[in-house]
Design a binder for this molecule. Structure first.
Ligand code: MG
Length: 287
């Protein structure tokens, strides 16, 4: 099932995505918050729980989880071709020649306040960065929390999936030892347009694409992840209790702006469309 967080007549609602996103089935107003739905283990019944069906034009899409409770957990350099392009680009602080692939996943986080909705504007923050870049990523949403989750049990802890564009200020990423600042600027985490429940897609065989102004820049398959989703969950949960609604962005493929020769950065008016098979297309424009 695909669900969306929306506003309808100014009121926040959860909705079942119908007809490929042409119509939305608004759920009973007792369900407005996706994290609460996940936390309580509520199973949505598309027939019984939809109280009104409305057209796309009658709603505004929000990020599926507009205000995550905690930072979005992110993985850097998780596709080998991207790890190589990043090392080559000169924007990876401390890069060691010939050591493009890490022995352990590079983990960082983005502030919840960086999340924006589908169609919302990405700010380019020109007073502090001239090098804003996109990163198309499959994001995991945790259902059942826990600590010390084994790889074997990892999929049982996943509620579903969405798309995150891990927008990054490359100069800040390079200049500061940690990536937090370059990754957490306001509007740097477009999310959505929908969440899909775990039963509906094969996360080990899904395509991740990114078009900038209609030009295909990134095109990969999650089968190429260096650290697969069970490994990421096992690593993160080894000493951190994962909570329902936690979001893990699994890394971006090759084809980001710094991978181009010469590098190309986002500019005002650019449109970034991230498409993941089985989920949809997350599109945002730069202000
Ligand atoms: Mg990323």
């Amino acid at each position: 099932m695909k669900l969306a967080s929306v506003t309808h007549k100014g009121i926040r609602r959860l909705a079942v995505v119908l007809d490929g996103g042409e119509r939305f089935g608004l759920l009973d107003p007792s369900h407005t918050d996706l994290i609460a739905l996940i936390e309580t283990g509520t199973m949505v019944d598309a027939d019984a729980d939809v109280v009104q069906t409305v057209a796309r034009r009658d709603i505004e899409l929000l990020a599926p989880i507009p205000q995550p409770r905690r930072n979005i957990m992110c993985v850097g350099k998780n596709y080998s071709e991207h790890a190589k392009e990043f090392a080559r680009s000169g924007y990876e602080a401390g890069a060691v020649a010939g050591k493009d692939i890490d022995d352990h996943p590079a983990l960082f986080s983005k502030l919840p306040s960086s999340v924006i909705a589908p169609d919302a504007a990405i700010e380019l923050h020109p007073s502090i960065t001239q090098k804003v870049d996109y990163e198309a990523e499959l994001a995991v949403i945790i259902g059942k929390g826990g600590r010390g989750i084994s790889k074997e049990d990892a999929y049982a802890h996943i509620w579903g999936y969405t798309i995150v564009n891990d927008v990054t200020a490359r100069d800040l990423q390079k200049n500061h030892k940690q990536w937090f600042l370059g990754k957490s600027l306001d509007t740097f985490a477009p999310m959505g347009p929908y969440v899909v429940t775990a039963d509906e897609i094969d996360p080990e065989n899904t395509t991740v694409q990114c078009h900038v102004n209609g030009e295909l820049r990134q095109n990969a398959n999650t089968r190429d992840l260096i650290f697969d989703i069970p490994s990421l969950i096992a690593t993160l949960s080894a000493g951190i209790t994962l909570q329902p609604g936690d979001i893990i962005a699994t890394g971006t493929p090759a084809g980001v702006g710094i991978g181009l020769d010469p590098p190309v950065f986002l500019k005002s008016g650019d449109t970034i469309a991230v498409t993941i098979s089985g989920i949809g297309t997350l599109e945002n424009r730069c202000a």
